[in-house]
Design a protein. Structure first.
Length: 428
């Protein structure tokens, strides 16, 4: 059996990183379109739709510590993380297809909720295992920052693919134009990518069983690592505020600008900025402390969103200006989403060396738990705020207009500013 310290080829690293393409398609499709489809297609209130998604994300978050505890203790012919990744991928495939088939056919909200819950369970398994594999991959690749940026490149490509397909997913009447087949192909492509990602590093996953510590530590040990806690806090804060742009952009484009298709342009500009910024983060990652590099990423993010808000306030609906400013925000978001995992992989290596016990699954689980809980809170607050503002599918009030503006542009900027402060404390 090949030892974990054996060199990892560039090709295998790229195939492993491509798993983020599959995760991005699965997560992004649900994250961006589901609330819009529930309110616009099924006619649910924004509060009910947001509450349903919030509840599913709470379930999602609560399952991560369980999955992390299980992964650190699992020893099977498929390795530490293979069983969770493969099993989670299978469940996510079937529940993803069922979720959108039920939504498109105006099925019972109970059935939709069950399909959504099953999707969250499957996604937890595949996401946690793929993320923790970064610890093994970076230990033989010797550059966690570079591998993390490579992963995010594939995430951006997944988001770009979704942006191009978005009109087919949200416009009414597309059932006759292959909506079901599109959902099936998205699920199939995602699943195959994830299986290939694990297959590329399966030798290291299996070999890690023989070399990993036999004991696992309590999550309470993390309380002895204040810098790690600050990094976890920065990740959760970013997850609370930055995804609000994606959630609000459909409403912003459809109801305020009056052009649903412009959402694809907004997401495309965001992804273009993310991809354009990757060479910068690749260059800085081995040269600067990662916390300092991540602060710079948040500066780009906050500046882009604030300029977009200012430009919209001054010029009104000036689409080219908005696309440029959102692309600037994307440059920063690319660094934020890529480097948080590199920071966590480095923390895992340091803590396991310090305590001599297996902590990777639990640390990543805690990170994802806090991030998903923050995402769910953001979704719930958005839905609740729209309801309080009097928003309905056939009604558009000034209060709802201001709410969407705040959630799309202002609050993401506030979140980045808060992260800059947290990361400054971590550096200190």
């Amino acid at each position: 059996m090949q030892p974990p310290s054996a060199p990892l080829s560039e090709r295998r690293m790229q195939i492993y990183a491509s798993g983020n393409f599959g995760k991005s398609l699965l997560w992004g499709t649900v994250d961006i379109t589901l609330m819009f489809l529930l309110t616009e297609r099924l006619g649910l209130s924004a509060g009910l739709a947001g509450g349903l998604i919030f509840a599913s994300l709470v379930l999602d978050a609560l399952l991560y510590p369980v999955a992390g505890w299980l992964a650190d203790r699992m020893r099977s012919p498929l390795g530490h993380y293979g069983p969770l990744l493969l099993g989670g991928t299978g469940l996510a495939f079937f529940s993803f297809v069922a979720l959108f088939a039920l939504t498109d056919r105006n099925a019972s909200i109970v059935l939709i909720a069950i399909a959504l819950a099953c999707f969250r369970v499957g996604y937890v398994g595949l996401d946690l295992s793929h993320n923790v594999l970064l610890t093994l991959v970076s230990s033989v690749g010797k550059d966690s920052g570079r591998i993390a940026v490579m992963r995010f490149l594939f995430s951006s490509l997944g988001t770009l693919t979704l942006a191009l397909l978005l009109p087919l997913l949200v416009e009414e009447g597309n059932a006759a134009n292959g909506f079901d087949w599109l959902i099936l192909m998205l699920a199939l492509c995602s699943s195959l990518t994830l299986v290939m990602a694990w297959g590329a590093v399966r030798k290291w996953d299996r070999a890690a069983i023989a070399t990993s510590p036999r004991t696992t530590g309590s999550p309470g040990l993390l309380l002895k690592a204040p810098q790690t806690l600050l990094i976890l806090g920065a990740g959760a804060t970013a997850s609370l505020f930055l995804p609000l742009f994606n959630k609000a952009s459909l409403y912003f484009a459809a109801q305020w600008i009056g052009d649903t298709d412009f959402t694809a342009w907004l997401l495309g500009a965001l992804v273009a900025g993310q991809i354009a910024g990757l060479p910068l983060w690749l260059h800085l990652s081995p040269r600067w402390p990662k916390t300092r590099t991540m602060q710079l990423a948040h500066i780009f993010s906050a500046t882009g969103f604030l300029l977009a808000a200012l430009a919209f306030y001054i010029f009104g609906i000036a689409k080219p200006v908005m696309l440029v400013t959102i692309a600037l925000a994307g440059v920063g978001i690319g660094g934020v989403y890529a480097l948080i995992w590199a920071l966590l992989a480095d923390s895992v290596s340091e803590l396991e060396a310090q305590f001599g016990i297996k902590l990777g699954g639990q640390l990543f689980a805690l990170a994802i738990f806090s991030q998903k809980l923050a995402m769910g809170l953001g979704t719930g607050l958005f839905g609740l705020s729209l309801s309080v503002a009097g928003y309905e599918a056939a009604s558009w009030t000034v209060a709802a207009e201001n709410t969407v503006f705040a959630f799309a542009l202002l609050l993401p900027a506030v979140g980045s500013l808060a992260c800059i402060a947290l990361l400054g404390a971590a550096r200190g």
